[in-house]
Design a protein around this ligand. Structure first.
Ligand code: HEC
Length: 249
């Protein structure tokens, strides 16, 4: 009996540590763990996505009404504030951007972001959105720390403002107390301060993590119910076994 229990514990520990290895690829400057149960954050993320991203990027596997239902967004709010393309609520979240001229404008068509949170990971998206910096040598006037040479413009500049790499930071590397956060200098402030901007980017990343796996929230809820049921069943069977064997011993 014991080795079986040991084996279950070992397999459990391995499974639990798997995401750690998966995330251990390149060193990203920032970390973000999605909070799929935080509905307010997902709603804010959806609003930011529709306002700042959907002009170029689609979420082709997600339908508007599925999103509204999952995030408890009333249908009138959805059609008035979140659908900009004239699409019907039952349609997929496609971008209005035609992909052929887009590749000419940007050098590359903006990719669909349905699965990006799964392929790149939430921390990658979060880091990408936080590390646009002014670089006059680039066609869009900005470069990106996580995706060097990115052809996406600095679309959140009204919120964040503009920043540049701090090239004087070289000698004071130890001064950050061991943190690997990149050093930027602000050139022009935006509507949000740094903490507010990070929170907004967190909401956006959270929304993209939801969009990559809309069923995950339901599965979590169902998983807890199933485990609760199994625990109750286990206790009942154990009590029953004790009752049966009482007279034998
Ligand atoms: C003006 C058009 C435009 C807008 C608006 C825009 N993007 Fe992009 N985005 C691009 C282009 C073009 C690329 C391709 C960059 C490259 O690979 O060089 C890109 C790439 C990306 C990628 C990397 C995808 C990958 O796997 O390589 C992410 C993530 C992303 N955008 C997120 C966003 C988010 C979030 C917003 C809204 C805040 C947004 N984008 C708004 C044009 C845009």
């Amino acid at each position: 009996m014991k080795p079986m229990i040991l084996r279950i514990v070992t397999v459990g520990a391995l499974l639990a540590s798997a995401p750690l290895f998966a995330a251990g690829g390149g060193a990203l400057p920032y970390h973000y763990s999605p909070e799929l149960g935080n509905e307010a954050s997902l709603q804010r993320g959806a609003k930011l996505f529709m306002n700042y991203c959907s002009g170029c990027h689609g979420l082709e596997y997600l339908r508007y009404n599925r999103m509204a239902e999952d995030l408890e967004i009333p249908e009138d709010l959805l059609t008035e504030n979140l659908i900009f393309t004239g699409a019907k609520p039952g349609e997929h979240i496609n971008t209005a951007m035609p992909s052929e001229p887009a590749s000419t404008w940007f050098g590359q068509a903006p990719p669909d972001l349905s699965l990006t949170a799964r392929s790149r990971g939430p921390s990658w998206i979060y880091s990408y959105l936080l590390t646009f910096y002014v670089d006059e040598s680039r066609p869009m006037g900005v470069n990106n720390l996580v995706l060097p040479g990115a052809s996406m413009p600095n679309v959140l500049a009204t919120l964040e403002g503009w920043k540049a790499m701090d090239h004087h930071d070289g000698e004071s590397d130890g001064g950050h107390g061991g943190s690997h956060e990149p050093a930027f200098v602000e050139i022009e402030p935006g509507e949000l301060d740094e903490a507010e901007f990070r929170a907004a980017v967190g909401d956006l990343t959270n929304f993209l993590a939801y969009a990559a796996e809309p069923g995950k929230r339901d599965r979590h809820a169902l998983g807890f119910k199933v485990i609760g049921y199994l625990i109750v069943l286990f206790i009942l069977s154990w009590l029953l076994k004790r009752e049966y064997w009482k007279d034998v011993h």
